[in-house]
Design a protein around this ligand. Structure first.
Ligand code: ARG
Ligand code: ASP
Length: 707
């Protein structure tokens, strides 16, 4: 009896695991992964002298993750990660967003200019070298300067050739440093994508929500030159031959099965103090949410009414809505968890610990108090910067567009003298083309009308240009009626025949003046405070985390995500975050039909999908007669983990990570094993869509399916 209880307790405590672990430090967490069910050897997961799982995983376009699933460089990532590339290749005639796209052979695979992927060749700890000469009594400025110098020297010494780069990044709030040796590949082509009605099924309504039915995947391929090396696009390039690719498991899955997410989580902030959590929960997030709600309330109907506007704004709208909804979930999760009180409790424990040793007391005794006091007195600067960001970068779009012209306008003569003028003009013409391709001035004016009053409401009046509150509306009318900057034809002509007079005219353009005054208003009043707040906060966080590493060496400490390659492990499992109900760990294609609603664009289906569903032709991809669409697991993930492979105990692909449940989005600050779940599109559904819906069965021949 006692034995069973003890066993049960370990079984339960071995469930969800907090943390995003550094692969090269695998010896730290390998045995725990084995306890959780892993069957691989450590060197199968990360090695530098032979191929390992890491060689099948890339960072996708600097943000998401993707994995190689064939010996011919075939890549799987999320639909939402490929979205930008897919959208750029789309037009009214070739609407790949709406209809999907499947290359029938290599020659039909589509070049994606600018898209790249990054391999990690090695991760090496260099903390000792970077901190050489650093003394505890140094000021933050002295410490930072020395570290910067050390890093530059080590990077220079380690410089490698071609597309291979060696870069040192701080970990654990500047307490640890690692060198990352990476290699970029720049010829990436689109192989296939399902239509939005599959890849984005559920849309923003279901985003961050479980139960989920999104086929959030797309297929690309890496191309390389004759030597299998990285190369710019060339018609002569061949499919890349990877050191490793992931076999795909089509075996039945069950709750409790080991899962590992191997990818590039972007950012977490587990060490923020209690006041900072309160600041996000009660002040910053609510204001940002309100700004974005206003913008999206204008976008949605405009997009629903007009197909062209829909195509132009789909990617922009998705990106604004995504963070907006995450923040709403975060607030809910932080409150439900009582995160502020929990943090305070931990802070007391930390402070008490410092009392046990006079040296600790001297070094770490005040840090908690200092962090909370700093937040109370100076987080208003971060708030100001957040509001500025929301208005300037996510509000009316003409503002940021115009701002981009300052380089030319302020340096005209210099550029001419240095013979850089025509290049600068070409760049601006290109960025203007890209801007106007996806721009609707009428909609932008509406957005200006709703976001500006909010900006005024939230800002310290010091941030606003003189007369802003009284004149913005009048200025807006003038801008949208008369601005040359917003007239694509005239702007192009002006740029093509640029004269000193035209430069003067552009400098006085009302849209440009509006952008510059707005920028100067923030820059002159708040920008410095914001950067001082950030650097003081970073200084304290370094000290605070140093204290954790010193005083709590047994605590399972993991370094916050920083867009480097990490491993998170857990299990397939459901959750029960709300009283009286529980979430199953998987969804099936039947749920897609239940959600189907032709009147709601988020839940549309194509006739082809409905026909296939009615035929019930699920091939060999079912489990107990059902075709799974998504499942949840308890891996600690964050933004950037999208597209990450979810790998089984033997190294096979189970599915593609793409989201977290709404109840878990606070895991960027605090992880709760009982409710934090990542959401995965099942590989068997992906294969079914490729084979049956896309009729691209030839791709499956490249893959290795494990039955
Ligand atoms: N929430 C996911 C992530 O943060 C997926 C977003 C894409 N889907 C969407 N409906 N916007 O990236
Ligand atoms: N959807 C996110 C991404 O794009 C993943 C997450 O935040 O859980 O990376």
């Amino acid at each position: 009896m006692f034995l069973t209880i003890a066993f049960l307790i370990t079984a339960i405590s071995a469930r969800a695991t907090e943390g995003m672990w550094i692969p090269s430090l695998i010896s730290m967490f390998y045995s725990d992964m084995k306890t959780n069910g892993l069957k691989l050897k450590a060197e199968d997961i990360y090695a530098t002298n032979k191929s390992s799982l890491k060689d099948a995983i890339v960072q996708f376009d600097g943000g998401c993750t993707a994995e190689i699933v064939s010996a011919e460089g075939l890549l799987l990532t999320n639909h939402h990660c490929g979205y930008d590339a897919i959208q750029k290749l789309s037009s009214l005639e070739k609407d790949y967003l709406k209809n999907g796209f499947w290359a029938k052979n290599r020659s039909e695979e589509l070049q994606c200019p600018g898209l790249y992927v990054t391999f990690v060749k090695e991760i090496r700890e260099v903390t000792k070298e970077v901190l050489a000469g650093v003394k505890p009594e140094m000021t933050a400025a002295e410490r930072n300067a020395l570290i910067k110098k050390n890093i530059a020297e080590i990077e220079k010494k380690s410089a490698v050739t071609g597309n291979i780069k060696a870069k040192i990044k701080p970990f654990n709030n500047n307490n640890q440093y690692f060198m990352l040796v990476t290699e970029d590949f720049n010829d990436i082509r689109l192989v296939g994508t399902p239509p939005n009605a599959i890849g984005k099924f559920g849309g923003d309504t279901d985003n961050w929500v479980w139960p989920r039915h999104t086929g959030d995947f797309s297929v690309f391929r890496i191309y390389a030159n004759k030597e299998n090396k990285s190369s710019e696009y060339s018609a002569e390039n061949k499919a890349f031959k990877p050191d490793h690719f992931l076999p795909i498991s089509v075996k039945p899955r069950k709750e409790g099965d080991f899962t590992m997410v191997y990818g590039f989580p972007g950012r977490t902030d587990q060490h923020y103090c209690s006041e900072k959590i309160r600041f996000y929960q009660d002040i910053e997030r609510p204001a940002r949410i309100a700004m974005r709600t206003a913008t999206m309330d204008q976008m949605k109907p405009a997009m629903n009414d007009n197909d062209l506007v829909r195509i132009k704004y789909s990617a922009k709208q998705a990106s604004i809505a995504n963070a907006w909804k995450k923040w709403i979930g975060q607030i809910g999760g932080l409150k439900a968890l009582n995160a502020v009180a929990k943090k305070q409790q931990w802070e007391t424990e930390y402070a008490t610990k410092t009392n046990s040793d006079p040296q600790w007391k001297a070094r770490y005794g005040n840090v908690i108090n200092d962090m909370n006091t700093l937040t109370k007195s100076a987080s208003k600067y971060e708030f100001g910067r957040a509001m500025f960001t929301e208005y300037f970068y996510y509000g009316p779009e003409f503002i940021n567009f115009c701002f981009g012209f300052n380089g030319l306008l302020n340096n005209y003569e210099k550029l001419e003298k240095e013979q850089k003028l025509s290049k600068e003009i070409d760049n601006l013409k290109e960025s203007a083309d890209a801007f106007f391709k996806d721009y609707d001035a009428g909609l932008d004016f509406k957005i200006m009308k709703v976001t500006t009053p909010l900006y005024i409401k939230y800002c310290d009046p010091k941030m606003l240009p003189a007369g802003f509150s009284e004149n913005w509306e009048k200025n807006g009318e003038n801008i949208f009626k008369n601005s040359l900057m917003l007239n694509p034809e005239k702007l192009k002509n002006t740029l093509s025949n640029l004269t000193p007079e035209a430069i003067e005219l552009l400098k006085k353009d009302p849209a440009l003046v509006y952008a510059n005054e707005l920028y100067n208003g923030y820059a002159s009043s708040y920008a410095q405070g914001a950067s001082e707040f950030a650097s003081e906060e970073n200084r304290l966080l370094q000290l605070y985390v140093e204290g954790i590493l010193t005083m709590f060496p047994k605590k399972k400490n993991w370094a916050d995500a920083n867009s480097t390659l990490r491993i998170a492990y857990g299990k397939i499992e459901g959750s029960a975050p709300h009283d009286g109900m529980s979430y199953k760990h998987f969804t099936t294609i039947d749920g897609i039909m239940q959600k189907y609603d032709p009147a709601n664009p988020d839940f549309e289906l194509t006739q082809r999908f409905i026909d296939l569903y009615n035929k019930k032709d699920y091939g060999t991809y079912t489990q107990d007669g059902k075709l799974w669409v998504c499942f949840t697991a308890s891996n600690h993930t964050t933004g950037g983990n999208s597209g990450s492979p979810v790998i089984d105990a033997k190294g096979n692909l189970l599915g593609i990570n793409f989201d977290r449940s709404w109840e878990s989005t606070m895991s960027d600050f605090v992880f709760d094993p009982s409710r934090c779940r990542n959401i995965v599109v099942d590989a068997r559904y992906v294969l079914w869509v490729i084979e049956k819906y896309g009729e691209a069965g030839h791709l499956l021949k490249e893959m290795k399916l494990v039955r």
